[in-house]
Write a protein that binds this ligand. Structure first.
Ligand code: AHG
Ligand code: MN
Ligand code: MN
Length: 334
């Protein structure tokens, strides 16, 4: 029988890639994996349990939170608090950065930015949703409470990032800057098993994913790119394929495996688009680059943007390098 590699074994094996590793990062990654299993359990009974329906509170974007958003947020925060290796957390669901001000967390080396439940509009209709996470080394003084500034680092300083997709199976995909690996949860034994080693974008793709209902508000360059997608691709003799789930984790996961670009452009009404730089775009950009692709705001590499605030938004284009370069070319031309 083929030797199975679990997420925990893999994380420990890979610790050697960091010569000074103390095991703290491994512990955080494991804690995230454990919290993801609890979220998986709740997601899978979403149609049965009284977990559905609105929680009755708004998150800071003014969007109504679903109960599962709150559950997932609490689950990841508790895991990171209990672990003791994380000094502060920025979450989509919390206006302020959560400073884990206690004697153990104050000595922690890392901070985490998280979108605990991505694609919340899909919860109640049994469509794939996800979690996005990212880990930085703190910059503030050890032994003292972390600061908001610890989370406002550019993506090039990311230590690790990944996502969990709760789909037809639950998968955890992550990178520490040495390629991207995917693990599928075997729910019967409760273990994430290495199923997708060294994930790479195909060199080219023929899928594009964008919410085209915003078309009239898109910049002319984006309209022109979409027009280009509607024309016959010389290699397949048919236009690109449209696929859009409305959960970026799921759209990006599919596009990374099959070859496709994900677009969330700015619009006339919202020039910065919808997606959040810190806990949506940057972690995904790290994954993109580690999978041989690119992620851009149209003219800048996402990983090089210095964030000004925790909840700031950014236009976002991610996919195989050639496809992202194509949209950048259109944007330069217009
Ligand atoms: P969240 O559920 O965390 O608020 O994120 C939803 C995001 C993203 O996952 C998705 O790609 C996008 O919103 C969909 O937005 P539109 O409905 O505007 O297409
Ligand atoms: Mn999201
Ligand atoms: Mn969310």
């Amino acid at each position: 029988m083929k030797q199975l590699v679990t997420l925990t074994e893999f994380i420990i094996d890979r610790q050697g890639e960091f010569p000074t590793a103390s095991g703290d990062l491994s512990r955080i990654l494991n804690d995230i994996g454990i919290a993801a299993k609890f979220v998986h359990r709740e997601v899978n009974k979403a149609g049965l349990a009284d977990i559905l329906g609105l929680e009755g509170t708004d998150n800071i974007q003014g969007e109504q939170q679903k109960k599962l958003d709150v559950y997932a947020n609490n689950q990841f925060i508790s895991a990171l608090k209990a672990g003791g290796q994380c000094a502060a957390i920025a979450s989509e669901e919390n206006e302020e950065v959560i400073i884990l001000d206690n004697p153990i967390s104050n000595k922690a080396k890392y901070v985490v930015a998280i979108d605990p439940l991505d694609g919340s509009s899909n919860i109640e209709v049994n469509v794939s949703i996800g979690t996005i996470f990212s880990i930085y080394k703190r910059k503030s003084e050890f032994g003292k409470p972390a600061e908001e500034g610890d989370l406002l680092q550019p993506g090039i300083d990311l230590v690790a990032a990944g996502y969990v997709i709760y789909g037809s199976s639950t998968m955890l995909v992550y990178t520490t800057g040495h390629g991207v690996n995917g693990f599928t949860l075997d729910p019967s034994v409760g273990l994430f098993i290495l199923s997708h080693p060294d994930i790479r974008y195909p060199d080219h793709g023929n899928i594009y994913s964008v919410n085209e209902s915003n078309h009239i508000y898109f910049p002319e360059a984006v309209k022109a790119f979409i027009q280009f997608c509607h024309e016959d691709d010389p290699s397949t003799k048919r236009p690109y394929i449209t696929r859009y789930i409305g959960s970026m984790v799921a759209d990006i996961h599919r596009n990374m495996l099959l070859g496709g670009i994900f677009l969330y452009p700015g619009t006339i009404k919202k020039p910065q688009g919808k997606l959040r730089l810190l806990y949506e775009c940057k972690p995904m950009a790290f994954i993109a680059e580690q999978a041989g692709g690119k992620a851009s705001d149209g003219s800048r590499r996402i990983l090089e943007i210095h964030p000004d605030s925790v909840h700031q938004r950014s236009p976002f284009y991610m996919g195989p390098s050639a496809m992202v370069e194509k949209i950048e070319e259109f944007i330069r031309f217009f």
